[in-house]
Design a protein around this ligand. Sequence first.
Ligand code: SAH
Length: 350
Amino acid sequence: MTHEEQIIERLKAEQMLSVGELNCLLTTKDTETVERLRAEARMAAQSVYGKQIYIRGLIEFTNYCKNDCYYCGIRRGNACAERYRLTEEQILSCCATGYELGFRTFVLQGGEDPYFTDERICDLVSAIKRAHPDCAVTLSIGEKERASYQAYFDAGADRYLLRHETADAVHYGKLHPEEMSLKNRMRCLRDLKEIGYQTGCGFMVGTPFQTTEMLADELAFLTQFKPHMAGIGPFLPHRDTPFKDFGGGSVQTTLKMLALSRLLCPEILLPATTALGTAAAGGRERGILAGANVVMPNLSPASCREKYSIYDNKLNMGAESSEGLAELAARMKKIGRVLATCRGDSLVKN
Ligand code: SAH
């Protein structure tokens, strides 16, 4: 057995890698090893979730944000961003359209927009649950107090996505202004899990200043925190941010991190992210073939999609969008997968 084969065997037994071993997998030029890793990861995904790919209707309902994350195109400091927020009526109409198309999960994602007070979020969540009691509602609206998370949960929210962005506190400080901290982000994630949400964390691959040690820490964090889901996608620069001159994250590294996450946490839900689809042709399919099992087509009204620009050239049409669901289904069929019309709950136990 080669050294690489030994590492893959250990991964199959859900054993954590050393930094050296991760480095070996991340730098290998051996196409056989790379293909082996992906094949093991997709087999692991299939043994838990079968051939089904879960879909979530993504509604980007506001791009106002009080935060100033250095990587993000909708940061408050970006005066070029054209701001919008959807009304409750518009959001409900997105859900109704989505429901007809077969979506049974709606993800409300947005900047941290003070207009959406806890009361407004709770009203929104309960209105969606009233209209579609058989659907799951996921919130992705950033860092809040525990009491707020509890209120949204009591109003009916089922899941919450809050990527930690990086598990390294010093690195976190290089990606965010001083008023933000990894400590608070982690506090949020713990609160969410304790309250009873199906909780998603996640990180970007290839953010400025990221090292292999940090990627090893990401994997260790996933195995310790045991999230129900993890969003993992390449960093992509946005022209009106402080990180505009940095290169984007590597597609190959992202695919390897997906595969490793799947092997170390077999029950986790892993979306093939829009960023991955944007970074490479067929990126979403390649993500699925490396162990991902979720896609999140855009349900937002077409007129505001351009404005939810967190990085340059973000895909929002064709198979990325709800109108393109037939196209997405056809693409999945080509790689031997089927889109599932169910809530698609995580099999990670709390
Ligand atoms: N305000 C919410 C939603 C943020 S947008 C929150 O704080 O959770 C969702 C995700 O997009 C972010 O968590 C981040 O990981 C990702 N993102 C933002 N800017 C990006 C960029 N330039 N490249 C790649 N991903 C980015």
